[in-house]
Structures are given as C-alpha cells and as structure tokens.
Write a protein that binds this ligand. Structure first.
Ligand SMILES: O=c1ccn([C@@H]2O[C@H](COP(=O)(O)O)[C@@H](O)[C@H]2O)c(=O)[nH]1
Length: 281
C-alpha cells in the first residue's frame, strides 16, 4: 500500500485552507443526556455521526477521544472506526486521542493498530505518552514515517496534575517536558513545510516562553472552552510558535448539539476567534 504524503505537509495545507481548529469528538455520558440520547451504542453512533456531519467538511482536524468509545466495548470501537472513516472521507484529518505508551515491543503493536495504513483504526495521527522513556516510542515513530502518519507526544499537558512529572528538573537542568520537546525537534529536523511529530501542549498553561516550542512540528493545544483557556489567549501562551498551534475544542463546541447548524456555528465562532488571535501576532 503506497504511503500518504507526510502528515506534517498534509496538516500544514489543511491548516492554511481551513484554519487550524481541531474539534474533539468526546461523547461524554452527560453530553449524550443533554442531546436527548441514550447512554448506549445507538446514542454513541448518533452523537458521532452528527459531529462528523456538522464539522468534518470545514475544520482541519477532528480528534475522537477513544476512551468514550472503548467504554462500550467492541461495538463502541466499531462506531469509532466508522467515525474515523467518515471524517476522513469528508476531508478532515483525524487525530486519534488514545494516548498510547508502553515498552517498545508492545508499542509496536499499538503502532500497528493505529498507524499501519490498512489497519481498521488507521488515523492520520495518534496521541502517545513518552513517560516510559521517549525512545520506547521508536516503533511508532518509524511506522508513522513509513505510512505518512504523525504523532502527538504528551509534553506539557493541560491538566494541573501534569506539572509534577513534566516540570520535574533532570540532572542536566532541563525539565522533563523540555526534554520531550527537544526529542521532537530532532525528529522534525529538515522537514518542510512542517514535521509530522507534534507535541501536546496545553493552552491552559500560561506563558511558556521558558520552553523552546520551536520544534518544526505542530503543537496540539487542548484546554480551550471547558478547561478555561481562550482563543484570544493563545499568543500569550505560545508566542511566535502560535503559527504551528492546532487548538482543540471539544465540550466548548459539543455542548451546542444536537442541532447541526448550532454545532457548525459554534465551530465557526471558535475558528474565527482563533484566526483573529493568530493574525494579530
Ligand atoms: O493535555 C491534554 C491532552 C489531551 N486532552 C484531551 O483533549 C480533550 C479536551 O476536551 P475539552 O472538552 O475541550 O476540555 C479531551 O479529549 C482530553 O482528553 C486534554 O484535555 N489535555
């Protein structure tokens, strides 16, 4: 099977054409209830289909949160497969938010599940955890390169608890989060127009000027909306790296459903606010 064009190049083009917004597909039980749906596989399917119908033809990236599908076992995973297929068919890139991480030999199997081009859950990119050591991710890096897929590696997460690990200072004086960013800069060296190996960096974190965010790769930035960060605040957090930021909004958009037009309007409003904030830098 022929490889895709590298993820970084596909993402850069999608961001330029559609704007950088990433909408999450997070079917929380509470959202299913608010949408008048049952907390079952039929409700899950209706929810995901509606989000894809509403925004997959207009945003650069959709990010299904695998946990909310896995909750329903194999039938939930079947809905996830279908959602990925439909979102990609509508022109959105799909970042599978599954946050996988394990010893290298097991990581290879996770990579096969999400990054092998003919895998049922193949996604344009996968979120992964480097906290078993960055090089445990090597099988995923290698397979992503081979397939034309990408990774988003947890570097500085949006939750306050992340700091005890990610801000910890190593014997060489660098923080753990900074070390993850440095690894990613090496993966992306020389790649144009953008490398395929991104970092997850929360939009909630305040001024990050003490970190080198210039990794020549995308920065997936969750935390806007329900977690309190705003599009207008992005430049203050990311500085000049804001051009490579893919801001994620999940509940902030999803709470406007189930009406398709209302979901679209909400996504369009976030997209416009993000565009204005980035243009001002
Ligand atoms: O640091 C991180 C990494 C991932 N997430 C995920 O992003 C969305 C955020 O959802 P909201 O409803 O917009 O808060 C969710 O899927 C998280 O698991 C994150 O929030 N922070």
């Amino acid at each position: 099977m022929s490889p895709l064009e590298p993820f970084g190049a596909r993402l850069r083009r999608a961001m330029d054409e559609r704007g950088p917004l990433c909408v999450g597909i997070d079917p929380h039980a509470s959202l299913l209830a608010e949408w008048g749906l049952n907390d079952d596989v039929a409700g899950l399917e209706r929810f995901s289909r509606t989000v894809v119908e509403a925004v997959a033809d207009r945003v650069a990236v959709l990010k299904p949160q695998s946990a909310f599908f896995e909750r329903f076992g194999s039938r939930g995973v079947a809905v996830l497969e279908k959602s990925v297929e439909e979102a990609r068919a509508a022109g959105a890139l799909v970042v599978m938010d599954a946050k996988r991480g394990d010893i290298g030999s097991t990581m290879a199997a996770y990579a096969e599940s999400f990054l092998r081009k003919d895998a049922p859950l193949f996604s344009d990119a996968l979120t992964v955890s480097p906290y078993l050591g960055y090089d445990s991710l090597r099988p995923a890096v290698d397979l992503a390169r081979e397939s034309g897929a990408g990774l988003f590696v947890l570097a500085l997460t949006s939750n306050p608890e992340g700091a005890e690990v990610q801000h910890a200072v190593r014997p060489d004086g660098r923080t753990v989060g900074a070390t993850v960013l440095a690894h990613l800069a090496r993966e992306n060296a020389g790649q144009e127009p953008l490398g395929s190996f991104g970092a997850v960096v929360g939009a909630t974190l305040g001024d990050l000027s003490s970190y080198d965010l210039d990794i020549n790769g995308p920065l997936l930035a969750p935390g806007i909306g329900a977690q309190g960060a705003t599009p207008a605040g992005l430049p203050a957090v990311f500085g000049p790296a804001v051009r490579n930021v893919v801001p994620n909004v999940s509940r902030g958009v999803l709470r406007h459903g189930p009406d398709v037009a209302a979901l679209r309007d909400a996504a369009d409003r976030f997209a416009a606010e993000i565009r204005a904030a980035v243009a001002a830098v």
